[in-house]
Design a protein around this ligand. Structure first.
Ligand code: PLP
Length: 405
């Protein structure tokens, strides 16, 4: 089914504009930009309830949950799978903090395996609100599933939290295998899906995930500064029970209880990010029209082309082969090249990719293959990247880039 959907993207056309191949924020489409230009409306009136209903329904689809109506007063945030979606004003990190702060008591113990910057951030957030066993792995290496299993056999963990798609290193975790272990050991499973939801298969219900977080500016091509979480019934019950027992971590703006109270009325507890919500709703409509399967396939198709092109040319990829991400590829600079290449690429070749973080800064670059990026932009971007390497003195043979896509 995924392959069939590729037909629409198999014939790259010439692309002449700037290439923006950053793994988020991604370029927003015209419908999203137009929607954000809508005149002001009140936060509590019927018009905004319409905006929320459309956004909730689009989010349920992006999260790969059961459908819900996109009209107000029809429980747009809920479906028959028991999940609810909650929109958060703030970036993905805000939504992740909200999920964690509300779900755990300070004496709960959680397991956080990591292999990059954003997984480590999940561990850091957890440390503010509960006890953490941080399984800190090397950046770009796949998790040791045997070690996770051995931890879970101890039966002392309340939850496993992972960064599903590690944008800092271009590795996607085997969420299905971890979900299966969590189910067997009756341990909750929570995912930072900030660069996976909308860009690759995510199955909250099948994985029995208690909470999944998405940021608008990544694979769904929405605006920065708005995010959402999908939570199941067990998550909601735990949050409520912990509150009734007086065991909650301190929160105010990110208190989940008022957000849960307002959801069925297509409302948020505080003044919502009104225009961002309008823009995201439009971007999610674009995603629905494309379909999740076609978008996942396009992202995978582009990432696959980038991986094959650069490895054929002798470049090394950071991530372990089996876990290479569909939405971001991390490529090591060859000997003699540093981040000056990226500056030249931007200034002279009108093409943007992003650098690395922390200890890998200056040693590699990352190419995003997410959102609404057309294949022809990726082809042209790769042509320019290779030209820029040549201009920096790195010898490369002639290559027909389009054949990789
Ligand atoms: C996987 C992942 N998690 C978390 C974040 C942080 O999200 P935000 O910058 O939206 O707070 C990012 C941002 O790049 C990310 O890629």
């Amino acid at each position: 089914m995924v392959l069939k959907n590729l037909q629409a993207v198999q014939q790259p056309m010439a692309y002449e504009d700037d290439c923006f191949l950053v793994p988020g924020p991604v370029r927003m489409g015209q419908p999203c930009l137009d929607a954000m230009g809508t005149a002001v409306m009140t936060a509590r009136g019927q018009e905004f309830r319409d905006v929320m209903a459309k956004l909730n329904s689009g989010l349920r689809s992006a999260f790969n949950l059961s459908p819900s109506p996109s009209v107000r007063k029809s429980n747009s945030w809920e479906g028959d799978d028991g999940y609810k979606v909650i929109v958060v004003s703030g970036s993905g990190t805000a939504a992740m903090e909200m999920v964690i702060a509300n779900r755990f008591r300070s004496n709960d113990l959680v397991l956080v395996p990591t292999n990059g910057k954003f997984g480590e951030r999940v561990a850091e957030i957890c440390k503010r609100f509960c006890n953490v066993k941080h399984m800190k792995g090397e950046w770009g290496r796949a998790f040791d599933l045997g070690e996770i299993e051995r931890h879970l056999e101890r039966k002392c963990y309340e939850a496993v939290l992972i960064c599903h798609n590690e944008t800092s290193t271009g590795i996607t975790q085997d969420a299905e295998a971890i979900a299966e272990m969590c189910s067997r050991h009756e341990t909750s499973f929570i995912l930072d899906g900030i660069t996976s939801v909308g860009g690759m298969p995510v199955h909250p219900q099948q994985w029995n995930a208690e909470a999944v977080v998405v940021g608008a500016q990544k694979c769904t091509a929405g605006p920065s500064g708005i995010a959402a979480v999908a939570v199941n019934q067990h998550y909601v019950e735990r949050v409520q029970t912990i509150r009734e027992q007086g065991d909650s971590n301190p929160t105010y703006y990110f208190d989940m209880i008022p957000a849960l109270k307002k959801g069925s009325d297509d409302q948020t507890p505080w003044t919502p990010a009104i225009n961002l919500a309008m823009g995201w709703g439009a971007a999610l409509e674009t995603l629905q029209n494309e379909t999740n399967e076609a978008r996942w396939a396009r992202c995978e198709h582009m990432a696959n082309g980038v991986r094959n092109l650069f490895t054929d040319l002798g470049f090394e990829l950071l991530a372990d082969r089996l876990g290479r991400s569909a939405s971001v590829t991390a490529i090591m600079y060859p000997e003699g090249i540093d981040d000056g290449w990226r500056t030249k690429l931007k200034e002279e070749f009108n093409t943007q990719v992003i650098g690395a973080q922390d200890h890998l800064k200056g040693k590699m670059f990352r190419v995003g293959s997410m959102g609404e990026t057309p294949v022809e932009e990726m082809v042209e971007g790769c042509v320019r990247m290779l030209e820029c390497f040549r201009a920096c003195g790195h010898d490369l043979p002639p290559v027909d880039v389009a054949t990789y896509f």
